[in-house]
Design a protein around this ligand. Structure first.
Ligand code: SF4
Ligand code: SF4
Length: 366
């Protein structure tokens, strides 16, 4: 059974949120996982422009200050997105981060986009899984000695909920890795958009792409291994992102990524979940609908499975806020089930089965 530490958002003259987070660091033993001069990745999500539900920069600064106080070197980080929004390359991503307050002035530490300018700065590691024999991890996160993953608990259109597990699996990998997690189906070229630039042909690791008689790129589905690189490299979006999937394989692939990423630095992953502004959709959307439950508190653990499990339990037990998307005249529903896809619990099962954490937890109030 794993321990999950929890505090609510009540503060007063005896202490503020920073005081509470510092106490969690000490009580949970998280400070001991960070040594002097170590590089510490503070992994968060800067929020797509138009979204304001993400964890604010001044809150991230509390973590930065704690890490600085331990003599280590924090940097704030995230990876580029698979879809073409405000965060699909490091230039746009950094602009987005700055507009949301993430920079030295407000967040207190440099921002590094972990997978580089165009999402191709990553480390490939071997993995013995059913879905993967190798995994791609963003270089800056891979190279950091410690990772403090600060996640916003909310709904998610695909997983049902978003928290620490998704912040590791999707959040620590480059866009091509995200594509392989998202779908088991292989990409196809949209001929009308192809301008025959040849970039996908040069990038494909197994020579699955060639020009057809119309001088348009064509993917040989028998050769393609579904690595996702061509989707990311095409400058004209002529190879669309493949979103089609089913929940079980999605959860299995996600669990394999979680396990492989955690194993890169055992005991050096620290997870904090903020159960506040629990919007029904992911922060990747350029909006955030009204919170579906009241702000609940902050939870932390070394075990992301136990942590997300505890947070989903707390959200599911909370009252549904009138006027939110989930509010019905009866006011009764399972929040996480309602805001997300079916079968969200299977992600916990898959993670536990592969040894990425435990579903059973003990909640310790700090
Ligand atoms: S990268 Fe895109 S535009 Fe260039 S050849 Fe491939 S599909 Fe066509
Ligand atoms: S997904 Fe990977 S293997 Fe398949 S065509 Fe694209 S680059 Fe080649």
């Amino acid at each position: 059974m794993s321990t999950v530490y929890f505090t609510d958002f009540r503060t007063g003259s005896k202490g503020n949120i920073a005081t509470k987070i510092r106490k969690m660091f000490e009580t949970g033993g998280f400070s001991k996982a960070i040594a002097k001069d170590e590089y510490v990745a503070v992994k968060t999500h800067f929020g797509e422009l138009g979204n304001v539900a993400f964890i604010p920069a001044p809150v991230i600064r509390i973590f930065v200050d704690i890490i600085n106080g331990l003599g280590a070197k924090p940097f704030i980080t995230d990876t580029n997105t698979l879809y073409r929004g405000c965060r699909s390359n490091a230039v746009d991503h950094l602009k987005n981060a700055m507009l949301h307050g993430f920079g030295m002035e407000c967040a207190g530490a440099p921002v590094i986009i972990a997978d580089g300018l165009m999402g191709n700065d990553y480390k490939t590691i071997p993995f013995d899984g059913n879905h993967y024999k190798e995994l791609k991890i963003a270089s800056a996160i891979y190279n950091a000695h410690v990772a403090v993953v600060v996640s916003h608990v909310k709904g998610h259109e695909l997983y049902g909920f978003g928290g620490a597990l998704k912040n590791i699996a999707m959040g620590c990998v480059p866009p091509s890795g995200k594509q392989t997690i998202h779908s088991e189906f292989k990409p196809r070229v949209k001929e009308s958009e192809c301008r025959a630039c040849g970039k996908c042909i040069a990038k494909c690791p197994v020579d699955a792409i060639a020009y057809n008689a119309n001088k348009k790129a064509q993917i040989n589905q028998n050769i393609c291994i579904g690595c996702g690189e061509c989707v990311v490299v095409c400058p004209y979006a002529a190879i669309p992102v493949v979103w089609k999937t089913s929940h079980k394989p999605l959860h299995e692939r996600t669990a394999e990524y979680v396990k492989g990423i955690l194993d890169t630095k055992p005991g050096k992953w620290i997870f904090f979940n903020f159960i506040m502004n629990v919007s029904p959709d992911c922060d990747c959307f350029p909006w955030n609908d009204a919170p579906v439950v009241p702000n609940i508190g902050i939870a932390a653990s070394f075990d992301p499975v136990a942590l997300d499990r505890a947070c989903t339990d707390m959200v599911n037990r909370a009252e549904i806020l009138p006027g939110s998307r989930l509010y019905t005249s009866k006011g009764e529903c399972n929040v996480i089930d309602k805001i997300g896809g079916q079968g969200w619990q299977s992600l916990f099962e898959c993670c536990e089965k592969i040894g990425a954490g435990e579903r059973a937890y003990e909640l310790v109030e700090v």
